[in-house]
Design a protein around this ligand. Structure first.
Ligand code: NAI
Length: 347
């Protein structure tokens, strides 16, 4: 490794700059911040850089991978945990893809609980009312979380912290995970049982072909009337049109959404002066029992610093050794079970 490393940083927001400038500067990595997202149309911007640094809504598909490879780019540094926007299989042998497996699982789990509490205690409505000196309580009746059953789908880092928080509230926790954690003390049930028994369902699994539209017309039918759905994971875990129908039918009691199926077109940007083109999102937002935040769950000081520090270390590992414990490797067909233990060179 010689000279200063240059990385093209796509989808840059003002809150990204301080931490990446600080950690990158200390490590001799220059991040060039591009506001635009990485797409097949913008990939040319990466010409002349050692790597690209991308986020959840950047596109790293086969076309982009081929073009990056042709330009001499060899590293894709995801500054997030999820990697459903990257064709990992196609990238194998061409580009090293590294990610930040955990930066603050507490940030996301706490945001899930913040949304749930705001929703069931109507805090969002009370805030608006008292700002207007309206101190009426009519329509603000909530319900106790204590004693309610929460069904947690996905019991990884974030799911487990959310479970601990729920236990602190005296809630009865049941969970489903494709790979249950033995000895964890978590009461695992089948998905169908979780749908049937849960007063609240919180999604903490990754988006895969299997988990796509976990919440859809068929599964909503299996749920309790009045169920509250919390999604801080990935938008496409929920069929947004089916969710809207479930709300209109009064089957779903409330929805707390930090992610949305078509969020790539709208989230993180200011559309306050525009006509909202997405009818489903617009309709969901008009519902009194739907709370939407704009993929904000990760956004804490602690998380931003951890993201920058880990991303910089990932880049240094790959550049120095060609190996990184946070590399997403497809050698074994599954990123989670790399035969290499993610310790040696993946290719
Ligand atoms: P993790 O990898 O620690 O846990 C994921 C869990 O899901 C694992 O226990 C895994 O076995 C389970 N799982 C895998 N396939 C499944 C399936 N088909 N059905 C049920 N469970 C399945 O991941 P972590 O850190 O807990 O993150 C969870 C998700 O949260 C990420 O995939 C990401 O999409 C999302 N996330 C959202 C953020 C936000 O700002 N809203 C920030 C960070 C992560």
């Amino acid at each position: 490794m010689s000279g200063k490393l240059k990385f093209a940083f796509f989808d840059a927001k003002p809150y990204d700059h301080p931490s990446f400038e600080r950690y990158g500067g200390d490590a001799g990595i220059h991040f060039h911040f591009f506001e635009t997202r990485l797409t097949p149309d913008t990939v040319e911007l990466a010409n002349g850089y050692d790597g690209v640094c991308v986020f959840v809504n950047d596109t790293v598909n086969a076309d982009v991978i081929d073009r990056l490879y042709d330009m001499g780019v060899r590293t894709v540094a995801l500054r997030c945990a999820g990697y459903n926007n990257v064709d990992i299989r196609y990238a194998f042998g061409k580009l090293h893809v590294v990610h930040v497996p955990a930066y603050s699982p507490y940030a996301v789990a706490e945001h899930a609980m913040a949304m749930l509490l705001a929703s069931v205690r109507r805090i969002h409505k009370a805030y608006n009312r008292t700002k207007d000196f309206n101190f009426s309580l009519n329509g603000l009746t909530g319900f106790d979380l204590h004693g309610k059953t929460v069904g947690v789908i996905g019991t990884g880092k974030i799911g487990r912290i959310f479970i601990d928080i729920c236990r602190g509230f005296g809630m009865n926790v049941i969970a489903y995970d494709k790979f249950p954690a033995p000895e964890s003390g978590i009461a695992y049930v089948s998905l169908d049982e979780l749908f049937a028994k849960s007063d609240i369902i919180s999604l903490h699994c990754p988006l895969t072909e299997e988990t796509f539209h976990t919440v859809c017309k068929e599964t909503i039918e299996k749920m309790k009337k009045g169920v509250v759905i919390v999604n801080t994971s990935r938008g496409a875990l929920i069929d947004a049109d089916a969710l809207l129908e479930g709300i209109k039918d009064r089957k779903i009691g409330a929805a707390c959404l930090d992610v949305y199926e078509e969020e790539a077109d709208v989230f993180f940007e200011d559309f306050s002066g525009h006509i909202m083109a997405d009818d489903t999102l617009a309709r969901l937002i008009t519902m009194p029992n739907v709370l939407v935040t704009s993929h904000q769950a990760f956004l804490t000081e602690e998380a931003l610093n951890n993201i920058a520090e880990t991303t910089v270390n990932n880049i240094l590992d790959i550049m120095r050794d060609g190996a990184c414990q946070n590399e997403l490797c497809y050698r074994c067909g599954k990123t989670e079970t790399c035969r290499n233990g993610n310790r040696g060179k993946c290719f």
